[in-house]
Design a protein around this ligand. Sequence first.
Ligand SMILES: [Zn+2]
Length: 159
Amino acid sequence: MSTDPTNGGRPKIPLAPRFWSKVNVGDLRECWEWDSAFDAKGYGAFFYNGRTRRAHHVALLLSEDSINTLDELPGDVIRHTCDNPACVNPKHLTPGTQSENIKDHVRRTRDDRLTDDEIREIRRKSDEGATYVELGEEYDRHRSNISAIVRRESFDWVD
Ligand SMILES: [Zn+2]
């Protein structure tokens, strides 16, 4: 077994178990709160590759297949949809992966992110018979996004 020079030469514990052992993992809809050190802004702090990293960034690294290193993460645009900085539930984080996606995502999250109330409204109107196309026009979303919202494939934490 290799040793980790950043860990006092003790046996190296694989990243994922070392990370998740510091998290109160719960239901996907719940916030998974970091249960270790925090930085000054209330974000979980995790020591990794010789540096202190934000725990929610590491959570995305571990959960997104398209992200291979923390340097690929657009650190300034990762947002908590739950507004809970201590949360590391990947479902509550909005990552950007490739630069186009990032730009797209930044625009969406900054300018016209749907609120929880709007999500509930969309689901209610769909129940009442509005089509995905109609709702898409009303909320400026593609009908596939509306469909995912109604079927709770996205925003599944909104009750
Ligand atoms: Zn959360």
